[in-house]
Design a protein around this ligand. Sequence first.
Ligand code: FAD
Length: 432
Amino acid sequence: MSAPAPAQSRREARPDRRGVLAGLAAGLAALAAPRAMAQAPARVVVVGGGFAGATAARELRRAGLGVTLVEPNPVYTACPLSNAVIGGLRDIAEQQFDYAALGAEGIVVVAGAAVGVDATGRRVSLADGSVLTYDRLVLAPGIEVRLDGALPGYDEAAAAIMPHAWRAGEQTLLLRRQLEAMEDGGTVVMSVPANPYRCPPGPYERASLIAHYLKAKKPRSRLIVLDAKDTFSKQRLFQQAWQELYPGLIEWVGLSQGGKATEVIAAERTVVTEFARHKADVATIIPPQRAGAIARLAGATDRSGWCPIDPVTFESRLLPGVHIVGDAAIAGGMPKSAFAANAQAKAAAAAIALLLAGGSPAPPKLINTCYSLVAADYGISVAGVYRPANGLLADVEGAGGTSPQDATRTFRAQEAAYAEAWFRTIAHEVFG
Ligand code: FAD
């Protein structure tokens, strides 16, 4: 209505004694208030933007924490279904995702590589010399494909001739091109390492989809799978399917038949085993692996090359305040899979948020399902449930299983469709 009364205006401009005292009290109260009221949310740095790291970053951000994600590649190329790219059933673009959605949620995405961790000072150094401080650190660097002589002869130069394609991207395309260029009647040789390694059924899915391509386009060719093991994931299902779909095309040589590769000679495209030399026209070598290099540089790995963790919080057993999720972690019975990485990251993020709030996390129950394609319309799967027991993540007896051995082709086709649907769902959840 009208202008404020002059008396009131004066009081606002020149407070009386009571007002001064009240103002002083309020100011002192603000100064004495718990620091948390004025503080920024706790800072969590996540190293690695794969299935594990990107999931952890999103979950931590949704819990209200300040999150910085460190990842050198602007585009992530996913491994699940990358064997279908090698088999000519899928385009690599369908495997690729960026970090725009994470940035839009308020996650600070730093394009860089972590090169060192000071767990005492709670600092991560990056390759460009910058340093990030944290309250909690998540390491999710995936695997390092060993090119250091763990398999004699297999180094960086050999990988350019006999691709591993165990980190998806250029290696995947290289193997695809080599298969396309091979004459009909050629020999493809695969070598598979001993456990543990990323994606236990992955090599056999690859064998299947290479066979699928050869059967259709180069039917006089053959595939030899040299294995450092005598048993493998979903073995009966794979071998039954190979007999049904690719009779005489795939020769699997297990450890006790001399399947373990002892050396590769890249210039001759030859894989040497204890008993034989296998000359290939195309070779894909899946070498031994260990946790991504930053885990070792940080001091989070043990003599196995992988990271021991507490199965409830995923906190490193070697570095306090550092949590490790995904392939780099020793997760007991849980396989190194994208499904597992995603599940572990959710459990770890919940634990971290609770720990930062002064709580104590309860033991999680985790699920994993791995689909494998044996042909475009033929899928099989294995599932398991895991919980902490005796300091590790152990199988919950009777809670998992594989696809039925005697399923119909309609059932197998449905599982192939589920594989595709699972990938779309998880990719959308993690990166979309
Ligand atoms: P990654 O996905 O490898 O992510 C690690 C990230 O960390 C990378 O982006 C890397 O650039 C980054 N990084 C590494 N070092 C640093 C550093 N120093 N600083 C910053 N960033 C760093 N799983 C399934 O569940 N289902 C499947 O069907 C399936 N199929 C597969 C098929 C094949 C052929 C292969 C090879 C794997 C398959 N997997 C599958 C396994 C799955 O891909 C992995 O288990 C999963 O990618 C693990 O996620 P991660 O986040 O631990 O590692």
